[in-house]
Write a new protein. Structure first.
Length: 377
């Protein structure tokens, strides 16, 4: 039975089970009328407090209540209507969906999103036994899932805002010596992918950037190449995507010895194209399969790992070649700004942070050279 008495908010209170229900009027979505709303609590005072909260949320143009929709249902909506339309690269879209479905859905799947607290998300991230970079990507993906919910009016706020992003692991590079790099390059002789290895070792390009080069991106007479795209594997297959960042679009000089090998490689490739006839995939790629197709990046990495092992290199991964290029470039006097441009870093600060040791050694050599010029060393 409803109890009629004065309340700070016009409405009626009645017993409901072991607690109370308070019914009151709230503005309708059209802004010109009202509609009935109810809140439940164990005491009359708690009901009034919840009613105030509902009215405050509506006044702030937030949903009156957070949705009871399950996390799993939200993820399905996110993957269909939100994730593909945020301007991200397809490889990032694929990664975000995979991370959420593998690590978050099994934990939060049936849980109402209104009940997902920052503490639940912190616990989820802490329980993921993957690399720091993977955990940071999962963090970003989860923040995106709940951003979708906020935009769709299902939640008033994004719980990920109260979760600290996992720290980025300090990258420890294993430096390759010039002898080791020469050994691995020697091991690639007479292989059709050798030019890509030369480019990686002498220009600092990323794997996908080197595999995505077309002959139209290379000016052998000028000794220059233009990084305009990269080759990536996505859920749609192998495709060209944009460089890692806007600064990844860049012009990079090619050493004369590499220019000479590229000329010879182009001649050899033309012979292969004529021999293959209509079977050749005419994509204008510098690095190709037997029939001119795109090279699967993972296959290229496995090939590198094989030849690196035969050459006696430590298990460093292909990124070690990029690290070698930057370290030598800085050691030979290249400024962090110039090296950052060659590497496609977003700023010289990134270069300074990644290659601080090489910069310090270069500064020491410069100081010693000045001392020698003065007959002091």
């Amino acid at each position: 039975m409803s109890r009629k008495k004065g309340y700070p908010i016009p409405g009626s209170m009645r017993r409901k089970g072991k607690g109370f229900e308070f019914r009151f009027q709230v503005p309708a979505p059209d802004g010109t009328s009202t509609r009935s709303a109810s809140v439940y609590a164990s005491t009359e005072a708690a009901c009034i407090a919840r009613a105030r909260e509902v009215l405050a949320r509506i006044e702030a143009e937030l949903p009156a209540r957070d949705s009871a929709e399950s996390f799993d249902a939200l993820v399905n909506t996110w993957t269909k209507t939100w994730l593909p339309h945020q301007g991200r690269r397809q490889s990032t879209v694929d990664q975000y969906e995979t991370l959420v479905r593998v690590h978050a859905v099994p934990v939060l799947g049936s849980k109402p999103i209104k009940s997902v607290k920052p503490s639940h998300l912190r616990e989820l991230l802490a329980g993921v036994e993957r690399s720091a970079s993977t955990k940071r990507s999962l963090y970003a993906a989860l923040a995106d899932v709940f951003a979708c919910a906020v935009t769709d009016g299902l939640l008033a706020s994004n719980p990920m805002r109260q979760v600290k992003r996992p720290a980025q692991a300090q990258r420890v590079e294993r430096d390759l010596t010039a002898t080791q790099v020469r050994d691995v390059l020697v091991a690639t002789e007479r292989h059709r992918w050798r030019p890509a290895m030369l480019i990686l070792a002498t220009t600092g390009l990323r794997r996908g950037e080197a595999l995505g080069l077309t002959w139209n991106d290379v000016d052998l007479d000028a000794g220059l190449l233009w990084v305009r795209r990269q080759l990536v594997r996505t859920s749609k297959g192998l495709e060209w995507g944009p460089p890692k960042s806007r600064s990844g679009v860049r012009t990079v000089p090619i050493p004369p010895v590499v220019v000479a090998e590229l000329r010879a490689h182009k001649t050899s490739q033309n012979r292969a194209r004529l021999s293959a006839g209509p079977l050749w995939h005419d994509l204008d790629l510098v690095t190709t399969t037997d029939l001119g197709g795109m090279v699967e990046p993972r296959n290229f990495s496995r090939w590198y790992a094989t030849i690196a092992e035969k050459a006696g290199l430590p298990d460093t991964g292909m990124h070690a070649l990029r690290h070698y290029f930057a370290t030598v470039a800085i050691g030979e006097g290249g400024s962090p700004v110039d090296v950052a441009k060659l590497m496609g870093h977003s700023s010289a600060t990134v270069t300074l942070n990644l290659y601080a040791n090489a910069i310090e050694e270069g500064q020491k050599r410069s100081a010693a050279a000045v001392a020698r010029s003065l007959g002091m060393g």
